[in-house]
Ligand binder design. Structure first.
Ligand code: AMP
Length: 144
């Protein structure tokens, strides 16, 4: 199974913000869309960073509630690990486990075309496991 398969089902919409948007604005986006991270875009529309719930927690520890008025670029992670449509779900899952993050933006030719979250990966694995169990049950019952 590939990243493209998941995006075909869930769509390519990604919640984004600009580098100069305030943390307050991005927090509002995260709650409004009930998601854990937003991709931060530079003025040219390229991926400049990613900002997640973890960054809010770290920001609170470092700046207190003043962090809400900081531009998101002050707290985002700038070195974003991305994947492509052709990557396998297994490789994205390994990436998330090894690097300890739960979101991987999908980039093709420099353009943001989607995002894979750990929830998408778990949902996909669960569907695959169910399919495997069902076909094994079928195999066992027909070969008796
Ligand atoms: P998460 O587990 O996705 O909420 O993110 C945990 C930490 O990793 C936060 O500091 C994020 O900014 C950062 N992060 C999340 N996704 C990525 C990614 N794809 N590449 C680099 N850093 C990331």
């Amino acid at each position: 199974m590939y990243v493209a398969t998941i995006l075909k089902e869930k769509g390519s919409h990604v919640v984004t913000s600009g580098v100069n948007d305030s943390v307050r604005h991005v927090v509002r986006l995260l709650t409004e869309y009930r998601i854990g991270a937003a991709v931060v875009l530079d003025e040219g529309g390229g991926v400049a960073g990613i900002f997640s719930e973890r960054d809010i927690v770290r920001g609170l520890r470092e700046h207190g509630s003043r962090m809400l008025d900081l531009p998101v670029q002050a707290l985002m992670t700038s070195e974003v690990v991305t994947c492509t449509l052709k990557d396998s779900i297994t490789s994205v899952m390994e990436l998330m486990t090894r690097r300890r993050f739960r979101h991987v933006p999908v980039v093709e030719d420099g353009a943001l075309v989607g995002i894979i979250s750990i929830g998408d990966v778990v949902k996909n694995r669960l569907a695959e496991c169910t399919l495997e169990v069902d076909s094994l049950k079928e195999y066992v019952s027909t070969s008796r």
